[in-house]
Structures are given as structure tokens and as C-alpha cells.
Design a protein around this ligand. Structure first.
Ligand SMILES: [Mg+2]
Length: 171
């Protein structure tokens, strides 16, 4: 499996990621996906667990930007519910959007972590610009047909990555 499609870490949910531990390892900023990472696609605002997680991010002194391929009204409404800056219509894995997010935070790529639920947008884009990458399990249904097609490809690819990880083979 190409190294660029391999996340540094895999977690079930974004709220399982400890901002304090990230800060302790030298991470200074987070670039986070919205749909299926922070919220279900049909969920307009952050739930309590995610709002608490954003509080913990700020308490740890981390910068954060929500980076989404979705349209501005959806992303802005959600971002306002967690008081976070955002970039919409990001065209991930387009590198320019990740670089803009890094510039908004004033954090170099090597000290930033990208968190998302998709290999071909979040993980690929994050790896391309030299960020750390975390893949989370998608939160739920209600997503677009294009995303569903990508997931079918991901289901073919992820078992291979897992098998390679078990064997400790490099990419
Ligand atoms: Mg997503």
C-alpha cells in the first residue's frame, strides 16, 4: 500500500483523540474534517461530546481549523457551534487547501495533525503536505453517492493496510 494512503493512527472517533497528549508530543495545530468525522452529514450542529472536545483542544493550547469539501452554509453553521475557524469547498486532497489551513493556524506541517474519515481526501491530502494523519471511523449514514462509491474502494484497500501493519512491512 502506498505510504501516502497510510494514516499514522487509526481511531474509532475523533473524541478519542486526546488534545493534551497531542500537545505533549509537540503537535501545535489540528486540521479536522467535518462530515462523518465531527458530525453526521445530516447533523447541523456539534453534539455535547464534540463541543467538549473542542474545549479540550483550546485548553491544550492547540490551534484548529475545520477543513471541509462541503458547501459554506453547512460548514459555517457547524463551525459556529464550536466557535472554530473553517475552510469550505476545500477540494481535498488538493494540497492548497491544507496549506491555507496551516497558514491560518501559523503552524508548520510537521507540527500539525489532520483528522478525517476518508483515505482519499483527508489522509492522502494530509500526507501530501507532510502533516501527521489520523483516520477515524465514519460516524453515520446520510452521505452523498460519490462518498459512498469512495467507501467501496476504501473497503478494498483498508484490509490490505491492516494486513501490512500486522506483518510490520513498510510501504
Ligand atoms: Mg468526511
Amino acid at each position: 500500500m502506498p505510504r501516502l494512503l497510510r494514516p499514522d493512527l487509526r481511531l474509532e472517533r475523533i473524541v478519542d483523540l486526546s488534545p493534551a497528549e497531542l500537545a505533549a508530543t509537540g503537535i501545535e495545530g489540528l486540521i479536522v474534517d467535518l462530515d462523518n468525522t465531527l458530525a453526521r452529514p445530516n447533523q447541523a450542529f456539534a453534539d455535547r461530546a464534540v463541543r467538549r472536545w473542542f474545549d479540550a483542544v483550546r485548553a491544550a493550547g492547540l490551534k484548529i481549523v475545520i477543513l471541509s469539501n462541503n458547501f459554506p452554509p453547512r460548514v459555517e453553521a457547524f463551525a459556529s457551534s464550536v466557535h472554530a475557524p473553517f475552510l469550505a469547498k476545500a477540494k481535498k486532497p488538493w494540497m492548497r487547501s491544507f496549506r491555507r489551513a496551516l497558514a491560518m493556524m501559523g503552524v508548520p506541517a510537521a507540527r500539525a495533525c489532520v483528522v478525517g474519515d476518508q483515505l482519499f481526501t483527508d489522509v492522502l491530502g494530509g500526507n501530501l503536505v507532510g502533516c501527521h494523519t489520523v483516520l477515524v471511523s465514519p460516524l453515520g449514514p446520510g452521505e452523498f453517492i460519490g462518498t459512498r462509491l469512495v467507501r467501496r474502494v476504501e473497503r478494498l484497500v483498508l484490509p490490505r493496510i491492516a494486513a501490512e501493519e500486522r506483518q510490520g512491512r513498510p510501504g
